[in-house]
Design a binder for this molecule. Structure first.
Ligand code: CP
Length: 328
Protein backbone atom coordinates (compact mmCIF):
# COMPACT_ATOMS: atom_id res chain seq x y z
CA UNK A 1 0.00 0.00 0.00
CA UNK A 2 2.74 2.45 0.98
CA UNK A 3 4.73 1.52 -2.12
CA UNK A 4 1.68 2.30 -4.22
CA UNK A 5 1.37 5.69 -2.55
CA UNK A 6 5.03 6.42 -3.19
CA UNK A 7 4.68 5.43 -6.82
CA UNK A 8 1.60 7.55 -7.41
CA UNK A 9 3.14 10.64 -5.81
CA UNK A 10 6.43 10.09 -7.59
CA UNK A 11 4.70 9.79 -10.95
CA UNK A 12 3.02 13.12 -10.33
CA UNK A 13 6.38 14.69 -9.52
CA UNK A 14 8.20 12.93 -12.36
CA UNK A 15 6.27 14.51 -15.18
CA UNK A 16 7.89 16.81 -17.69
CA UNK A 17 9.12 19.12 -14.96
CA UNK A 18 11.16 18.29 -11.84
CA UNK A 19 11.47 20.35 -8.67
CA UNK A 20 15.04 21.60 -8.21
CA UNK A 21 14.82 24.05 -5.32
CA UNK A 22 16.60 23.31 -2.03
CA UNK A 23 14.60 26.04 -0.28
CA UNK A 24 11.29 27.87 -0.75
CA UNK A 25 12.01 31.49 0.19
CA UNK A 26 9.53 33.31 -2.04
CA UNK A 27 7.37 32.74 -5.07
CA UNK A 28 9.50 34.95 -7.34
CA UNK A 29 12.00 32.11 -7.81
CA UNK A 30 9.27 29.75 -9.06
CA UNK A 31 8.68 29.23 -12.75
CA UNK A 32 5.20 28.70 -14.14
CA UNK A 33 6.11 24.98 -14.32
CA UNK A 34 7.15 24.95 -10.64
CA UNK A 35 3.84 26.53 -9.66
CA UNK A 36 1.89 24.03 -11.76
CA UNK A 37 3.84 21.20 -10.14
CA UNK A 38 2.90 22.40 -6.64
CA UNK A 39 -0.73 22.65 -7.78
CA UNK A 40 -0.83 19.13 -9.20
CA UNK A 41 0.90 17.72 -6.12
CA UNK A 42 -1.62 19.56 -3.93
CA UNK A 43 -4.41 17.83 -5.88
CA UNK A 44 -2.87 14.47 -4.96
CA UNK A 45 -2.59 15.57 -1.32
CA UNK A 46 -6.19 16.79 -1.26
CA UNK A 47 -7.29 13.36 -2.44
CA UNK A 48 -5.23 11.74 0.34
CA UNK A 49 -6.78 14.08 2.92
CA UNK A 50 -10.30 13.02 1.90
CA UNK A 51 -9.60 9.37 2.80
CA UNK A 52 -10.71 8.05 6.19
CA UNK A 53 -7.15 8.02 7.58
CA UNK A 54 -5.82 10.92 5.49
CA UNK A 55 -2.17 10.01 6.01
CA UNK A 56 0.70 8.39 4.13
CA UNK A 57 4.23 7.48 5.16
CA UNK A 58 6.02 9.07 2.22
CA UNK A 59 8.22 11.31 4.39
CA UNK A 60 9.04 8.66 6.98
CA UNK A 61 12.57 9.31 8.23
CA UNK A 62 12.39 13.05 7.38
CA UNK A 63 12.61 15.53 10.24
CA UNK A 64 10.73 18.82 9.90
CA UNK A 65 11.39 21.62 12.40
CA UNK A 66 9.02 24.57 12.71
CA UNK A 67 11.04 27.55 13.97
CA UNK A 68 8.78 30.49 14.73
CA UNK A 69 10.11 33.82 15.98
CA UNK A 70 6.66 35.39 15.51
CA UNK A 71 3.13 34.35 16.37
CA UNK A 72 1.16 32.11 14.03
CA UNK A 73 -1.90 29.90 14.13
CA UNK A 74 -2.56 28.79 10.54
CA UNK A 75 0.91 28.49 9.08
CA UNK A 76 2.46 26.71 12.00
CA UNK A 77 -0.43 24.34 12.71
CA UNK A 78 -0.95 23.45 9.05
CA UNK A 79 2.74 22.74 8.47
CA UNK A 80 2.70 20.45 11.51
CA UNK A 81 -0.45 18.66 10.34
CA UNK A 82 0.98 18.44 6.79
CA UNK A 83 4.31 16.99 7.92
CA UNK A 84 2.64 14.44 10.21
CA UNK A 85 0.18 13.49 7.47
CA UNK A 86 3.21 12.55 5.35
CA UNK A 87 4.82 10.51 8.14
CA UNK A 88 7.61 12.99 8.97
CA UNK A 89 8.92 13.60 12.47
CA UNK A 90 8.06 17.11 13.63
CA UNK A 91 9.83 19.30 16.18
CA UNK A 92 8.22 22.64 17.09
CA UNK A 93 10.42 25.48 18.33
CA UNK A 94 9.56 29.06 19.11
CA UNK A 95 11.96 31.84 20.02
CA UNK A 96 10.33 31.97 23.45
CA UNK A 97 11.73 29.11 25.50
CA UNK A 98 14.62 28.35 23.11
CA UNK A 99 18.27 29.39 23.36
CA UNK A 100 17.38 32.40 21.18
CA UNK A 101 16.34 33.99 24.48
CA UNK A 102 19.92 33.51 25.71
CA UNK A 103 21.22 35.40 22.70
CA UNK A 104 21.88 32.57 20.26
CA UNK A 105 22.13 33.89 16.70
CA UNK A 106 19.93 32.77 13.84
CA UNK A 107 22.94 31.21 12.11
CA UNK A 108 23.90 29.20 15.20
CA UNK A 109 20.29 28.15 15.65
CA UNK A 110 19.89 26.74 12.14
CA UNK A 111 23.32 25.08 12.28
CA UNK A 112 22.31 23.46 15.57
CA UNK A 113 19.09 22.22 14.00
CA UNK A 114 21.04 20.80 11.05
CA UNK A 115 23.39 18.99 13.47
CA UNK A 116 20.36 17.53 15.24
CA UNK A 117 19.17 16.13 11.91
CA UNK A 118 16.63 18.67 10.61
CA UNK A 119 15.98 18.02 6.92
CA UNK A 120 13.53 20.89 6.55
CA UNK A 121 13.16 24.00 8.71
CA UNK A 122 9.94 25.99 8.34
CA UNK A 123 10.77 29.43 9.59
CA UNK A 124 8.84 32.59 10.43
CA UNK A 125 10.77 35.70 11.39
CA UNK A 126 9.91 39.34 11.98
CA UNK A 127 12.86 40.57 9.92
CA UNK A 128 12.57 40.59 6.13
CA UNK A 129 15.29 38.41 4.61
CA UNK A 130 16.00 36.30 7.71
CA UNK A 131 15.17 32.98 5.94
CA UNK A 132 17.58 33.92 3.12
CA UNK A 133 20.38 34.34 5.66
CA UNK A 134 19.47 31.02 7.29
CA UNK A 135 19.42 29.22 3.94
CA UNK A 136 22.96 30.37 3.17
CA UNK A 137 24.34 28.86 6.36
CA UNK A 138 22.65 25.46 6.52
CA UNK A 139 22.26 22.37 4.39
CA UNK A 140 18.78 21.92 5.82
CA UNK A 141 16.06 23.12 3.44
CA UNK A 142 14.47 26.38 4.57
CA UNK A 143 10.81 27.10 3.90
CA UNK A 144 9.81 30.68 4.53
CA UNK A 145 6.69 30.75 6.69
CA UNK A 146 6.60 34.56 6.53
CA UNK A 147 9.46 37.06 6.93
CA UNK A 148 8.74 40.62 8.01
CA UNK A 149 6.89 42.46 5.30
CA UNK A 150 8.71 40.57 2.55
CA UNK A 151 7.25 37.20 1.56
CA UNK A 152 4.87 34.38 2.53
CA UNK A 153 5.18 31.90 -0.33
CA UNK A 154 3.02 29.06 0.95
CA UNK A 155 0.18 31.49 1.68
CA UNK A 156 0.31 32.68 -1.93
CA UNK A 157 0.39 29.09 -3.20
CA UNK A 158 -2.61 28.06 -1.11
CA UNK A 159 -4.46 31.20 -2.24
CA UNK A 160 -3.72 30.33 -5.86
CA UNK A 161 -4.78 26.73 -5.30
CA UNK A 162 -8.10 27.90 -3.82
CA UNK A 163 -8.76 30.20 -6.79
CA UNK A 164 -7.89 27.44 -9.25
CA UNK A 165 -10.29 25.04 -7.54
CA UNK A 166 -13.08 27.49 -8.38
CA UNK A 167 -11.97 28.87 -11.75
CA UNK A 168 -9.49 26.41 -13.23
CA UNK A 169 -7.25 28.51 -15.45
CA UNK A 170 -6.80 32.03 -14.06
CA UNK A 171 -5.87 33.65 -17.38
CA UNK A 172 -7.76 36.94 -17.64
CA UNK A 173 -9.36 36.63 -14.19
CA UNK A 174 -9.44 39.87 -12.21
CA UNK A 175 -8.12 39.77 -8.65
CA UNK A 176 -8.41 42.79 -6.35
CA UNK A 177 -6.12 42.84 -3.31
CA UNK A 178 -7.35 45.47 -0.87
CA UNK A 179 -5.75 46.78 2.29
CA UNK A 180 -2.27 47.33 3.65
CA UNK A 181 -0.36 46.19 0.57
CA UNK A 182 2.80 48.05 1.51
CA UNK A 183 3.41 46.03 4.67
CA UNK A 184 1.96 42.77 3.39
CA UNK A 185 4.17 39.77 2.69
CA UNK A 186 1.02 37.98 1.56
CA UNK A 187 0.33 40.56 -1.15
CA UNK A 188 3.91 40.55 -2.39
CA UNK A 189 4.06 36.77 -2.82
CA UNK A 190 0.57 36.69 -4.33
CA UNK A 191 1.44 39.25 -7.00
CA UNK A 192 4.08 36.91 -8.46
CA UNK A 193 1.95 33.77 -8.51
CA UNK A 194 -1.11 35.58 -9.87
CA UNK A 195 0.76 37.34 -12.67
CA UNK A 196 2.60 34.11 -13.52
CA UNK A 197 -0.81 32.43 -13.77
CA UNK A 198 -2.16 35.04 -16.18
CA UNK A 199 -4.47 36.90 -13.78
CA UNK A 200 -4.90 40.68 -13.77
CA UNK A 201 -4.17 42.20 -10.36
CA UNK A 202 -5.46 45.45 -8.88
CA UNK A 203 -3.89 46.62 -5.62
CA UNK A 204 -6.29 48.86 -3.73
CA UNK A 205 -6.12 50.89 -0.55
CA UNK A 206 -5.22 54.29 0.86
CA UNK A 207 -2.28 55.88 -0.96
CA UNK A 208 -0.24 55.59 2.27
CA UNK A 209 -0.61 51.79 2.18
CA UNK A 210 -0.46 51.00 -1.54
CA UNK A 211 2.78 52.03 -3.23
CA UNK A 212 2.44 53.29 -6.81
CA UNK A 213 5.84 51.71 -7.51
CA UNK A 214 4.19 48.30 -7.72
CA UNK A 215 2.34 49.53 -10.80
CA UNK A 216 5.20 51.26 -12.52
CA UNK A 217 8.09 49.21 -11.19
CA UNK A 218 8.14 46.51 -13.80
CA UNK A 219 5.19 44.36 -12.83
CA UNK A 220 3.60 45.26 -16.14
CA UNK A 221 0.17 46.53 -17.15
CA UNK A 222 -1.59 43.57 -15.55
CA UNK A 223 -0.75 44.96 -12.08
CA UNK A 224 -2.59 48.21 -11.36
CA UNK A 225 -2.98 50.43 -8.31
CA UNK A 226 -6.23 52.07 -7.22
CA UNK A 227 -7.28 54.13 -4.22
CA UNK A 228 -10.98 53.70 -5.01
CA UNK A 229 -12.42 50.34 -3.97
CA UNK A 230 -15.84 51.03 -5.51
CA UNK A 231 -14.19 51.36 -8.92
CA UNK A 232 -11.54 48.66 -8.43
CA UNK A 233 -14.04 45.99 -7.40
CA UNK A 234 -16.16 46.45 -10.58
CA UNK A 235 -16.21 43.11 -12.41
CA UNK A 236 -13.69 41.44 -10.08
CA UNK A 237 -13.54 37.64 -9.92
CA UNK A 238 -11.75 37.62 -6.58
CA UNK A 239 -11.58 40.16 -3.75
CA UNK A 240 -8.77 39.45 -1.30
CA UNK A 241 -8.77 41.62 1.83
CA UNK A 242 -5.59 42.03 3.86
CA UNK A 243 -5.36 42.52 7.59
CA UNK A 244 -4.99 46.08 8.78
CA UNK A 245 -2.28 46.02 11.37
CA UNK A 246 -3.12 48.16 14.39
CA UNK A 247 0.37 49.66 14.46
CA UNK A 248 -0.29 51.26 11.04
CA UNK A 249 -3.05 53.34 12.57
CA UNK A 250 -0.79 54.30 15.46
CA UNK A 251 1.91 55.22 12.91
CA UNK A 252 -0.46 57.69 11.23
CA UNK A 253 -0.77 55.79 7.94
CA UNK A 254 -4.56 55.64 8.23
CA UNK A 255 -6.55 58.35 9.97
CA UNK A 256 -8.76 55.94 11.93
CA UNK A 257 -10.32 52.51 11.62
CA UNK A 258 -13.65 54.22 11.03
CA UNK A 259 -12.23 56.05 8.00
CA UNK A 260 -10.62 52.86 6.74
CA UNK A 261 -13.91 50.98 7.03
CA UNK A 262 -15.75 53.78 5.21
CA UNK A 263 -13.33 53.69 2.28
CA UNK A 264 -12.05 50.14 2.07
CA UNK A 265 -14.17 47.60 3.94
CA UNK A 266 -15.53 44.93 1.61
CA UNK A 267 -19.25 45.08 2.33
CA UNK A 268 -22.32 43.69 0.54
CA UNK A 269 -22.93 46.93 -1.38
CA UNK A 270 -19.41 46.96 -2.78
CA UNK A 271 -19.31 43.23 -3.41
CA UNK A 272 -22.45 43.55 -5.54
CA UNK A 273 -20.28 45.42 -8.10
CA UNK A 274 -17.99 42.37 -8.48
CA UNK A 275 -18.84 39.54 -10.89
CA UNK A 276 -21.65 37.24 -9.74
CA UNK A 277 -20.02 34.38 -7.82
CA UNK A 278 -16.92 36.41 -6.99
CA UNK A 279 -14.72 34.87 -4.31
CA UNK A 280 -13.98 36.68 -1.05
CA UNK A 281 -10.64 35.79 0.48
CA UNK A 282 -8.60 36.77 3.54
CA UNK A 283 -5.32 35.20 4.64
CA UNK A 284 -6.23 35.62 8.31
CA UNK A 285 -6.11 36.55 11.05
CA UNK A 286 -8.97 39.02 10.44
CA UNK A 287 -9.90 42.07 12.45
CA UNK A 288 -13.55 41.26 12.93
CA UNK A 289 -15.75 43.87 11.27
CA UNK A 290 -12.84 45.86 9.81
CA UNK A 291 -11.53 44.44 6.50
CA UNK A 292 -14.73 42.51 5.77
CA UNK A 293 -18.29 43.22 6.86
CA UNK A 294 -19.48 40.23 8.95
CA UNK A 295 -22.14 39.20 6.41
CA UNK A 296 -19.49 39.18 3.66
CA UNK A 297 -16.92 37.29 5.76
CA UNK A 298 -19.50 34.56 6.37
CA UNK A 299 -21.36 34.97 3.08
CA UNK A 300 -21.76 32.63 0.12
CA UNK A 301 -18.71 33.96 -1.73
CA UNK A 302 -16.38 33.59 1.22
CA UNK A 303 -13.72 30.90 0.79
CA UNK A 304 -11.72 31.80 3.89
CA UNK A 305 -12.20 28.38 5.50
CA UNK A 306 -11.30 26.69 2.20
CA UNK A 307 -8.05 28.66 2.21
CA UNK A 308 -7.19 27.26 5.64
CA UNK A 309 -8.12 23.71 4.68
CA UNK A 310 -6.17 23.94 1.42
CA UNK A 311 -3.17 25.15 3.41
CA UNK A 312 -2.59 21.61 4.64
CA UNK A 313 -2.63 20.03 1.15
CA UNK A 314 -0.46 22.74 -0.36
CA UNK A 315 2.06 22.51 2.48
CA UNK A 316 2.09 18.72 2.13
CA UNK A 317 2.91 19.26 -1.55
CA UNK A 318 5.72 21.72 -0.80
CA UNK A 319 7.20 19.47 1.90
CA UNK A 320 7.01 16.51 -0.42
CA UNK A 321 8.69 18.28 -3.34
CA UNK A 322 11.47 19.75 -1.21
CA UNK A 323 12.13 16.56 0.76
CA UNK A 324 12.10 14.43 -2.39
CA UNK A 325 14.54 16.77 -4.16
CA UNK A 326 16.96 16.25 -1.25
CA UNK A 327 17.07 12.50 -1.79
CA UNK A 328 20.23 11.36 -3.61
N1 CP B 1 -2.11 33.67 7.19
C1 CP B 1 -1.20 33.47 8.16
O1 CP B 1 0.01 33.52 7.95
O2 CP B 1 -1.77 33.21 9.38
P1 CP B 1 -0.96 32.90 10.70
O3 CP B 1 -0.26 34.17 11.11
O4 CP B 1 -2.02 32.48 11.70
O5 CP B 1 0.05 31.81 10.41
Amino acid sequence: MLELEEKRLTIAADGVHAWRHKDLLDTDTLSREDIDLVMSQADAMTEIRTRPVGKVATLRGITVVTLFYEQSTRTRASFEVAAKAMGADVVNLSATGSSVEKGESLIDTVRTLEAIGADVVVMRHGKSGAPYLAARYTKSSIINGGDGRHAHPTQALLDLYTMRQHFGDLAGRRVVIVGDVMHSRVARSNIYTLLASGADVTLCGPATLVPRTLESGGEGPRCRVSTNLDEAIEGADVVMALRIQKERQEGGLIPSLRDYIAGYQVNARRLARAKPGALVMHPGPKNEGVELAPDVADGVGSVIEEQVTNGVAVRMAVLYLIATARRP
